[in-house]
Design a protein around this ligand. Structure first.
Ligand code: ADP
Length: 477
């Protein structure tokens, strides 16, 4: 098999804060079927170190950005891992990105510069006689790899692909850190990795990787627009010829309503009823004739859940109910808890709970994703698979994965969900009214659920596209 080193800051099932982890965890399995073996380089967070039983020590560094480090190798949960064990950078409790004050760890630039440096070093020197043909870099945390490769004079030894999972996060650092991050002065200007006087790790990846991808065709186009590019739209326009959008798939073993251990299994939407009943009970809601919609999300500005708060009164007036699971911004958490206080049709769990997220997809009639931007989005894909009809903003991957129930699509029986545009509370409310309309026609709604459940959401279309990209970068015939 041909070899790829995948470099990520999180990877399911070991450590996850969002969709990046799902993708980093699912890609190795999906790409093996295409003849590419992915080994994944991860930081040695406590959860990763704990899961790594009997690791092999592969390399020692006496000083990697402020302390000693080891590169370990091992297999966990079917994944081939390299783990960067650097206690001064990763051995800390709580969130992998945030300190106890809820702010980024101050040394995040060094933490992920070290990961990137190690990735470049593995590609430059190999591990024994193992060498990757391609480095698959994920987000800003791996963005500096091509710079280090250049410094190691190894840029021609390996192809680099950077995948943008979310351009909102740049990985900025003050210029005073150039030295501690082992970065060369030559790159620090606007045509390199400088972003308005700061070091920008994502920009480094966008400027110097051989190829770029993002996680949906629509987001690939949006990224080149000022409204979505977060200051890097010009960089992406300049690299348009090297940028493609490839949809994420879901892990079809973890997310399968026929075998999911967290739920009462079902093949057809009729059999969702048992799960729906349990979910209503679990959230203290009522058995009504209206749709039960679920939300599973980080609570941030991006996700548009403030818009849903505004649309709630009309939705519950039509008999709708909402169960929300999420955590994030304190103000949004508070606003949702207040909504739950004042409306018995709304129930909220603040927290992060994977088994509960499965029960919600299994029990929900619909899943609402009103994101202002959404590179791909995974929850609408889980919704499709589980027959929880997506009600989504028409942006990014949400635009690419749901077939909107406009009049023509309803008449032709092809729709799999509801999309709204522009991303406003009024447009969302109108989409929720359309959901209520279709929901009131039981057989039409069930046909929509059946189509949703049959819609392909795995890796079968996307894996060959990544394989073609790897092939275009590979160093061997
Ligand atoms: P993002 O990566 O922007 O957060 P995605 O939709 O791509 O958005 O991925 C989010 C992932 O995190 C999904 O797998 C979703 O189920 C999961 N998730 C988000 N919030 C929670 C939560 N509170 N509890 C359990 N899972 C969650």
């Amino acid at each position: 098999m041909r070899q790829v080193l995948s470099v990520a800051s999180e990877c399911a099932p070991l450590v996850k804060t969002g969709g990046l982890a799902d993708v980093a965890g699912a890609l190795p399995g999906a790409m093996a079927a295409e003849g590419w073996q992915l080994k994944t380089l991860l930081p040695g967070y406590p959860a990763v170190m704990e899961a790594l039983k009997r690791p092999r020590a592969l390399r020692n560094e006496s000083d990697l950005m402020g302390g000693p480090a080891r590169l370990l190798g091992g297999k966990v949960a079917g994944l081939d891992l390299f783990v960067l064990d650097a206690p001064h950078l990763y051995d800390r409790p709580g969130s992998i990105y945030l300190g106890p004050d809820g702010k980024d760890w101050p040394d995040n630039p060094e933490r992920f510069a070290a990961l990137s440096w190690m990735a470049a070093s593995i590609a430059a020197e190999g591990i024994g006689n193992w060498r990757p043909e391609v480095l698959h870099l994920h987000d800003w945390q791996a963005g500096l790899v091509p710079v280090y490769l250049h410094e190691m004079e190894a840029a021609d030894r390996v192809g680099t692909l950077l995948t943008i999972h979310n351009i909102a996060f740049h990985g900025l650092a003050p210029a005073s850190k150039l030295k501690s991050m082992r970065l060369p002065q030559w790159g620090f200007h606007p045509e390199g990795f400088e972003f308005y006087g700061q070091i920008d790790a994502l920009k480094a990846g966008l400027k110097f990787s051989n190829k770029l991808s993002t996680v949906s065709p629509t987001y690939a186009r949006e990224l080149m627009l000022p409204e979505f590019g977060m200051g890097l739209d010009g960089v992406l326009r300049a690299r348009q010829a090297d940028l493609v959008g490839i949809l994420n798939g879901i892990d079809g073993i973890v997310w399968d309503p026929k075998t999911d251990p967290a739920i009462a299994n079902y093949k057809s939407p009729k059999k969702k009823a048992a799960n729906r009943g349990r979910l209503i009970e679990e959230f203290g809601l009522a058995q009504t004739d209206g749709p039960l919609a679920v939300v599973i999300s980080r609570l941030t500005e991006q996700k548009g859940l403030d818009l849903l708060l505004q649309a709630l009164p009309e939705f519950v007036a039509r008999g709708g109910q909402v169960a929300l699971l999420g955590s994030g911004d304190a103000a949004l958490e508070k606003a949702w808890m207040e909504a739950a206080e004042s409306m018995p049709q709304v129930s909220v769990r603040i927290g992060y709970d994977e088994p509960l997220s499965h029960r919600m997809m299994a029990g929900g009639d619909a899943v609402i994703v009103p994101s202002r931007f959404e590179p791909c989005g995974l929850t609408q894909l889980y919704g499709l698979r589980y027959g929880a009809i997506p009600v989504v903003a028409m942006t990014g991957g949400l635009a690419d994965t749901v077939i909107n129930a406009n009049d023509a699509a309803v008449a032709a029986d092809v729709a799999t969900g509801f999309q709204f545009h522009p991303v406003t509370a009024d447009a969302l409310e109108a989409a929720l009214m359309r959901l209520c309309d279709v929901y009131s026609n039981k057989s039409a709604f069930e046909r929509m659920q059946r189509r949703a459940m049959a819609h392909p959401v795995g890796w079968s279309a996307s894996a060959p596209r990544y394989a073609a990209l790897y092939e275009s970068l590979g160093t061997h015939p």
